[in-house]
Design a protein around this ligand. Structure first.
Ligand code: BES
Ligand code: ZN
Ligand code: ZN
Length: 507
C-alpha cells in the first residue's frame, strides 16, 4: 500500500476530485432574532449556510472526533466537504483520534486530494505545534494497513492519496518542526508494526536483524549483529538456551546512536525479540497460538524507537538491544529441569520452557548494564498475567526508581499512551529463588505473575542503574476498537512514542 502523502502549505489548489475539511465549533448558546440558538459555528462561513440543516438535526454537534461528510457540494472548486470537530477539550490525544476519524471518512469518499483548513481549528499559539504534531501522527498511524502478503490488495484501485494541511503558519519554525517530527514518529511506529505483523516464517531473527540494518541507513546508527556462535562465546546462556530448540539462527541485535556529547552515559532500550513462541517443550495449547508471532513486538518497538530518536536527532547517546530467537521444541531444546548460566554468572533452572522471554532478556540486561547507562528500560510481551490485570488498555510497568517513575509518567502523558505502574518488591524476588540453581524461571508462589517476571529480570540489572520493565503483552497487538488509529487486530507499536518522549528527557 502506498503511504499517504502529506504537505504543510499556506495555500492549496484543488484538483479533480478534491475534498475540503473545515471545523465545527460548539458555541455557548445565544438567542438569535428568530428565537433559535445557533450553537455551532463552522470555520468557513460559506459552509455554515450549506450545512445548517445538519446542525439543526444534530448531525453536527461539535463533540470531539465527530465527522460529517457532504458529497457533491462544489465549494470553491472542491467536490466534497467534511466538517470535523476537535471538541472543546483540545488535547493532543483528541487531535490524534480526530485525525483517525477524518482519515476513515476520507477513505470512504475515495477522494485523492484533501485540503484541511487547519487555521479553522482555532488553535492558540501555544497548542498549535503540539496539536499539529498529534493530528499528523494520527493521520500516518491510521494510514497503516498490513496487506503486503495479499495478491489482491484492498486499496489496489485507489489512486495515491494526498492530504494538505493549509495554514498561514506553514512556514513557522515550530509548526514545521511539529509536522516533520510527526512524520518521523508515525513512520517509525509503522515500521515497528510491520515487523510485528509479519508472520514467523517471514520475520525470523535473521530477517529482523537484516530489516533494521537496512532501515538505519543514513541515520548515523551503528549496528552490530551477533550470530549463534557469537552468542555462545559471549556467555549468553539465556538466549543460547532458548535458541537450542530451533534450527533458525538466533541474533543479538545491537544499535548505537551517538547524538549526545562524547562520554555522556547512554540510555539503553531492551526489547524481547521472540519471533515465534510455541512454548518450547512446555508446549502452548493450540488455540490462538498463531498470535505468538507477535512475541517480538518489544524488540520491534525498541528498534522503531531508536530509529525515531536518531531521525529526530535527539541529543542523547542511545542503545537498543534485541535478543531475537524462536522458542521451539526441537530435539536439542532445553528441557524442564535443565540448568543454564546467564551472562552475569547467575545459574537458573528452567521449570517451564514457555517462560522464555525473561531468559533471553536476562543476557540483554546484563549487556545493557555493562554499558554503564544513565537508565535502562525494556519492553516485552512477557506475561499472560498482565492481560488479566490490565486488559488491552494500559501497558503495565515496574520500577523501584522514583525519579524514573516520574519521567515515565511525564513521557506517557506527552505521548498519549496509557501506562500503569504495578508493584515490585522483595517478596516477588523471593518467589523466584531456584531449588537446584540460583534462580527458577517460574515463581514458587501463585499470582502476580507479571511482578515475579519483573523480579526475575531485576536479577540481571546491575545495582544502581535506574531501570523499568514494560510488559506490553496486552497492548502490543489487537487493541480492538479502543484506539481508532491502531489496527483492530494487528501490531500497535506500543511504547515507541513513549520511549521517544522518555529519551527527550535525557537530552
Ligand atoms: N509470550 C508469552 C506471554 C504472552 C502470553 C504474551 C499471552 C501475550 C499473550 C510468554 O513467553 C509466556 O508464555 N509466559 C508465560 C509465563 C508462565 C509460564 C510463567 C505465561 O504468561 O503464561
Ligand atoms: Zn512463552
Ligand atoms: Zn514469549
Amino acid at each position: 500500500m502506498k503511504p499517504v502523502s502529506l504537505q504543510l502549505s499556506k495555500s492549496h489548489t484543488p484538483g479533480n476530485s478534491s475534498t475540503l475539511v473545515v471545523f465545527a465549533h460548539a458555541q455557548k448558546s445565544t438567542a438569535t432574532k428568530s428565537g433559535k440558538s445557533n450553537s455551532i459555528k463552522i470555520s468557513l462561513p460559506a459552509v455554515q449556510t450549506l450545512v445548517q440543516p445538519a446542525i439543526d438535526d444534530k448531525s453536527i454537534t461539535g463533540k470531539a472526533q465527530e465527522v460529517c461528510t457532504f458529497r457533491a457540494m462544489r465549494m470553491d472548486g472542491y467536490t466534497n466537504v467534511i466538517v470535523l470537530s476537535l471538541g472543546t477539550d483540545k488535547t493532543a490525544e483528541n487531535a490524534r483520534q480526530a485525525a483517525a476519524s477524518l482519515y476513515s471518512a476520507i477513505k470512504s469518499l475515495k477522494t485523492t486530494d484533501v485540503c484541511i483548513q487547519w487555521d479553522g481549528a482555532n488553535l492558540g499559539k501555544k497548542e498549535l505545534a503540539s496539536t499539529t504534531q498529534a493530528f499528523v501522527e494520527g493521520l500516518i498511524l491510521t494510514d497503516y494497513n498490513f496487506d503486503e502478503l495479499k495478491t489482491k490488495k484492498k486499496d489496489s484501485e485507489d489512486k495515491a492519496l494526498s492530504i494538505c494541511l493549509e495554514t498561514k503558519f506553514a512556514t513557522d519554525a515550530a509548526v514545521k518542526k511539529a509536522f516533520k517530527d510527526a512524520e518521523i514518529l508515525g513512520q517509525s511506529v509503522n515500521f515497528s508494526r510491520r515487523l510485528g505483523d509479519l508472520p514467523g516464517n517471514l520475520m525470523t531473527p535473521t530477517i529482523m536483524a537484516d530489516s533494521i540494518v537496512e532501515a538505519v541507513k543514513g541515520t548515523g546508527i551503528k549496528t552490530e549483529i551477533w550470530d549463534r556462535a557469537r552468542i555462545k562465546k559471549e556467555k549468553m546462556g539465556g538466549l543460547y538456551g532458548v535458541a537450542q530448540g530451533t534450527r533458525e539462527e538466533p541474533r543479538f541485535i545491537i544499535l548505537r546512536y551517538n547524538g549526545g556529547a562524547k562520554g555522556k552515559k547512554p540510555i539503553v532500550f531492551v526489547g524481547k525479540g521472540l519471533t515465534f513462541d510455541s512454548g518450547g517443550i512446555s508446549l502452548k495449547p493450540g488455540a490462538a497460538m498463531e498470535e505468538m508471532k507477535y512475541d517480538m513486538c518489544g524488540g520491534a518497538n525498541v528498534l522503531g524507537a531508536l530509529l525515531a530518536i536518531a531521525k529526530l536527532k535527539l541529543k542523547v547517546n542511545a542503545i537498543a538491544l534485541v535478543p531475537a530467537t524462536e522458542n521451539m521444541p526441537g530435539g536439542a531444546a532445553t528441557k524442564p529441569g535443565d540448568v543454564h548460566t546467564a551472562r552475569n554468572g547467575k545459574t537458573f533452572e528452567i521449570n517451564n520452557t514457555d517462560a522464555e522471554g525473561r531468559l533471553i532478556l536476562s543476557d540483554a540486561l546484563c549487556f545493557g548494564s555493562e554499558q554503564a547507562p544513565q537508565m535502562m528500560v525494556d519492553a516485552a510481551t512477557l506475561t499472560g498475567a498482565i492481560v488479566v490485570a490490565l486488559g488491552n488498555t494500559h501497558t503495565g510497568f515496574f520500577t523501584k526508581n522514583e525519579a524514573l517513575n516520574k519521567k515515565i509518567q511525564t513521557a506517557a502523558d506527552k505521548s498519549g499512551e496509557l501506562v500503569w505502574r504495578l508493584p515490585l518488591v522483595d517478596h516477588h524476588t523471593k518467589d523466584m529463588k531456584g531449588v537446584y540453581a540460583d534462580l527458577s524461571n517460574i515463581s514458587a508462589g501463585k499470582g502476580a505473575g507479571s511482578a515475579t517476571a519483573a523480579a526475575y529480570l531485576e536479577q540481571f540489572v546491575e545495582e544502581g542503574i535506574p531501570w523499568a520493565h514494560f510488559d506490553i503483552a496486552g497492548t502490543a497487538w489487537a487493541t480492538g476498537n479502543r484506539l481508532p488509529y491502531c489496527p483492530k487486530k494487528g501490531a500497535s507499536g506500543a511504547m515507541v512514542r513513549t520511549f521517544v518522549e522518555l529519551a527527550k528527557l535525557y537530552q
